[in-house]
Design a protein around this ligand. Structure first.
Ligand SMILES: [Fe+2]
Ligand SMILES: [Fe+2]
Length: 264
């Protein structure tokens, strides 16, 4: 159910962003008054937009409530963070975030009979399992957050191949590529902050940052191709994106393990 998977990814990105601010990984601030609003984030837009077709289901009301609670918890925590006192309640944010994810799962489970739209040809297409980029232990850098983000990113890149024959212009693919771009952006910010803190030589860091820009440019180019109506299948685009990310991890990210070890 692609709708729900994307809804969860959107939520995870927001939750990750807030956690980054609370933990001091991200230096930009978030306005608690804006974060308090449950309608402005992508999940909120989905809930009250295309997700509203499930509004008659009790699980939908549960999701609305869980989502409001999450935004209130996040807003309160950010206010405390501004006064230098947020650490004690960060677990309450995690719990509120997990409740949102559980609500999305519950809604998804209750809507199996509702026709899904936006994913083309799912009944007739078979997925090439061998083409799935899989996370392996050998890719570990030793920094848990970076490793978790790599695993999540590779999972999402794998989803780009869920409907291999879909055109890159399809809504299914456009939504997914947008999610991958958001994850990549957050992940690169994380890595770049780590590299700064670890004190990597400037030339090494600049080369790595430049490689991140190229990966993001690749996604932007796919979006431009889609906007220009260029015919390409999801499988073709996914293969190129997967290969670029895997070779980046091998060439630039895995060697970071030396710097992780040095900080222990
Ligand atoms: Fe990375
Ligand atoms: Fe990287």
């Amino acid at each position: 159910m692609i709708d729900f998977e994307i809804a969860k990814a959107w939520h995870k990105i927001v939750a990750l962003h807030i956690a980054f601010v609370i933990e001091g990984i991200e230096k930009s601030s978030l306005d608690p008054r804006i974060v308090c609003d449950d309608v402005v984030c992508n999940l909120g837009k989905w809930i009250f937009g295309s997700g509203a077709r499930y509004a008659r289901m009790p699980e939908y009301a549960d999701l609305v409530e869980a989502h409001i609670r999450f935004h209130y918890a996040a807003s309160a925590l950010l206010e405390e963070h501004a006064t230098g006192n947020a650490e004690s309640r960060s677990s309450s944010l995690r719990a509120a975030s997990d409740a949102v994810l559980a609500s999305i799962d519950a809604l998804a489970a209750s809507t199996i009979a509702v026709p899904e739209s936006g994913k083309p040809g799912t009944a007739t297409q078979t997925k090439d399992a061998g083409d799935q980029p899989a996370w392996t232990e050998s890719m570990r850098t030793g920094m848990q957050l970076i490793d978790e983000q790599h695993e999540e990113l590779l999972n999402w890149i794998g989803k780009l191949n869920d409907a291999p024959a879909a055109e890159i212009t399809s809504q299914f693919f456009v939504d997914l590529i947008s999610a991958v771009k958001r994850l990549e952006t957050l992940h690169f910010e994380t890595e770049e902050i780590f590299m700064q803190r670890a004190g990597l030589p400037v030339d090494q860091m600049l080369e790595h940052v430049q490689a991140h820009k190229m990966l993001l440019n690749q996604l932007v180019q796919v979006e431009l191709d889609a906007g220009n109506g260029i015919c390409k299948t999801a499988a073709e685009a996914q293969r190129a994106i997967k290969n670029a990310v895997l070779s980046h991890i091998a060439k630039y990210d895995m060697p970071l393990d030396v710097h992780v070890a040095a900080r222990r």
